[in-house]
Write a protein that binds this ligand. Structure first.
Ligand code: SIN
Ligand code: FE2
Length: 215
């Protein structure tokens, strides 16, 4: 009799962070190879680039997208675009592995029928960060946000509806997924500067995939 049948299965915890926000530890771990292969495919077609905020400041992350719409920022503001301004073509199609992961993570967190049409890929080098912000360029706030962490660890900040609301600090490591929707859908969130380190698979970087129903 093999009592260790599930010894190698990742512990699948579903932890409520705040009302409407759920942490799924290690949820994407078993898919790491497929995800990295698909990230490479997307970034070859639409390379990551440094976007500029409407205020004129360059973001510290490099960004690209796939799916029907890509999130963009420039002097004209934050919005979704159906085309990549660099390639002048449509964004690459969303890989099946991305879509399936996002839908199953959302369902596990209690959000059935999530239909992401946009995946944002954020590349963080050591020192890169994401200031506190709300995701509010999407049309339908009844759909959640699904955020997948790969590579170097990060501290994710999650607050409330006002920028000055108290934030909780959530340490995220390779394979973790955070889902927020419902009461938390418009909560301010951000990422503290990435500490130096080397991830065995990804080296000196963190990659975040953020899935949304944008259109
Ligand atoms: C984002 O809010 O777009 C990114 C969050 C993260 O990198 O974890
Ligand atoms: Fe965000």
């Amino acid at each position: 009799m093999n009592f260790d049948l599930f010894a190698n299965e990742p512990a699948q915890q579903c932890q409520e962070l705040l009302q409407g926000a759920v942490l799924l530890r290690g949820f994407a771990l078993s898919l790491e190879n497929q995800l990295l292969q698909d990230i490479n495919r997307v970034t070859t077609e639409s390379p990551p680039r440094t976007m500029v905020t409407p205020g004129g400041l360059p973001m510290s992350v490099a960004t690209t997208s796939c799916g029907d719409a890509g999130w963009v920022s420039d002097a004209y503001g934050y919005r979704y675009s159906k085309r990549d301004a660099l390639s002048r073509a449509n964004w690459p199609a969303m890989p099946r592995s991305f879509f399936n992961l996002a839908v199953s993570a959302a369902a596990t967190a209690g959000y059935e029928n999530f239909l992401p049409d946009s995946a944002l890929i954020n590349l963080y080098k050591v020192g890169a960060k994401m200031s506190l912000h709300q995701d509010k360029n999407e049309k339908d706030f009844s759909q959640p946000i699904v955020s997948v962490s790969l590579g170097l660890p990060a501290i994710f900040l999650l607050g409330g509806l006002r920028r000055e609301d108290k934030t909780i600090r959530v340490p995220l490591t390779h394979g973790d997924v955070v889902v927020w929707g419902g009461a938390a859908r418009l909560f301010f969130h951000g990422v503290l500067p990435i500490k130096s380190g080397v991830h065995p698979l990804l080296g000196e970087q963190r990659i975040n995939l953020t899935f949304r129903k944008a259109l």
